[in-house]
Write a protein that binds this ligand. Structure first.
Ligand code: GDP
Ligand code: MN
Length: 396
């Protein structure tokens, strides 16, 4: 689960990290309140969307920049007017962009230098890793790609936790001296504590800046939490912004379906994550392109199968459906009944290929055959994929 920059900064502040004073605003009235709190001074107006690269982004009406530094309240008001309700396209949003429904107005900062600091979960080593660089502000992927020697990586043992010598190690590698080493150490300890206590998978500060007064502060922040641990953190769960999520994924989560939208045209309905991955792969290998990942789970009910069909069909890109179910915990005849009932319940106008395997498979196939539902049964996964790819090609 992701949160907005302004929410991430509030959290960081609770963990002792200095952030510029700021106010979120979702309408012109709240913009006015923010401006009266900030005064007639240097102000930064920032579009709040769950995507990075806002500074270099462009709105769909041609207006440039989702992060603007201005010198007066009047200028900030004008910028806010242009941004609110406008759609921002960045390198991370895809061409359709994101509608800006919240702004964050902060006091400006005289930047001396921009650093990069993040803690991420490294699944390979099952540890968290500190990643830092003197090359902050810009695209960190570019730094990793072109000058990987400028990335500092320090793994943190989950049993030992972050040690103060590791903080000094990173501080020295970033070139900090004297009081700044201590200041940076406090920040890194705070960020790590937050990462650990809130079950985050990523806490990224880009840029972390030094200013003319010798202070270090977080000017931008991105935090992702482990969705499976959110139930332990009701305070974090409240920060969820459904405006930023795919409505199909929100609907799927209500029915306990593991669904992720992709940009292909063949929808898959599969039980089991491994089988779902294999199904997506085999669609690809026959020259097709999956429209989604969908795991209906080992014991999917008829209601869940119906919900899954509805979600799949609400995607205008979907040109065909491949159902690939292994009857293990659930028997194939039960699944077949579920598929037939669901297919009748929704308006099925596109090709549907069903492959069943496992317990009671013959009974299941009979139900499908006699159902009167327009579908093509298949005997193997390869055959099923080949047929659906062919049918979608012929239909389009
Ligand atoms: P991003 O483009 O989505 O990563 O948004 P950021 O919040 O990181 O802002 C982009 C860039 O705007 C930063 O890297 C800074 O260079 C600049 N910026 C942001 N806030 C300030 C500020 O208070 N003062 C100045 N001078 N520049 C800022
Ligand atoms: Mn940034």
């Amino acid at each position: 689960m992701n949160i907005h920059e302004y929410q991430a900064k509030h959290l960081l502040q609770e963990y002792g990290v200095r952030v510029p004073r700021g106010y979120a605003a979702t309408n012109p009235l709240e913009v006015e309140t923010a401006l009266s709190n900030l005064g007639d001074d240097m102000i930064v107006v920032k579009a709040q969307i769950h995507a990075g690269g806002r500074g270099k982004g462009t709105f769909t009406d041609g207006y440039k920049g989702g992060v603007k530094v201005v010198k007066t309240a009047e200028a900030a008001r004008e910028v806010a007017n242009r941004m609110l309700g406008n759609t921002l396209v960045t390198a991370q949003t895809g061409p359709e962009g994101r509608k800006v429904q919240t702004l964050y107005l902060t006091e400006g900062c005289d930047i001396e230098h921009e650093y990069y600091l993040a803690i991420v979960l490294d699944r390979e080593t099952a540890q968290s890793v500190i990643i830092a660089s003197t090359e902050g502000g810009m695209d960190i992927e570019e730094v990793a790609d072109q000058t990987p020697e400028k990335l500092i990586r320090v793994p943190v043992s989950p049993t030992m936790g972050l040690r103060s010598h590791q903080c000094r190690q990173v501080a020295f590698a970033l070139g900090f001296e004297g009081e700044k080493v201590k200041q940076f150490g406090r920040i890194l300890m705070g960020v790590y504590k937050m990462f650990w206590e809130k079950n985050a998978m990523l806490v990224e500060i880009n840029p972390l800046v030094t200013d003319k007064n010798g202070n270090l502060s977080a000017l931008d922040a991105k935090v992702s939490f482990d969705g499976n641990a959110i139930f332990q953190h009701t305070d974090i769960e409240k920060l969820r912004d459904l405006n930023e999520e795919d409505p199909k994924e929100i609907e799927a989560s209500k029915h306990d379906l593991a669904y992720i939208a992709l940009d292909g045209d063949i929808a898959c309905m599969v039980n089991g994550a491994g089988l779902a991955m294999a199904t997506m792969d085999i669609i690809q290998s026959f020259g097709g392109s999956p429209a989604n990942f969908l795991d209906v789970g080992g014991g999917a009910s008829e209601a869940q199968v119906t919900a899954a069909f509805k979600i799949i069909l609400s995607d205008p890109n979907v040109k065909g459906i491949l159902v690939n179910i292994f009857g293990g915990i659930m028997k194939c005849d039960v699944i077949a009944n579920g598929i037939v009932a669901a297919a009748k319940n929704v308006d099925m106008t596109i090709p549907l290929v069903v492959r069943l395997e496992g317990t009671n498979v013959e009974a299941g196939k009979n139900i499908l055959r006699e159902s009167g539902v327009a579908l093509t049964p298949a005997d193997s996964l390869a055959q099923a994929a080949e047929i659906i790819v062919e049918q979608v090609k012929n239909a389009g």
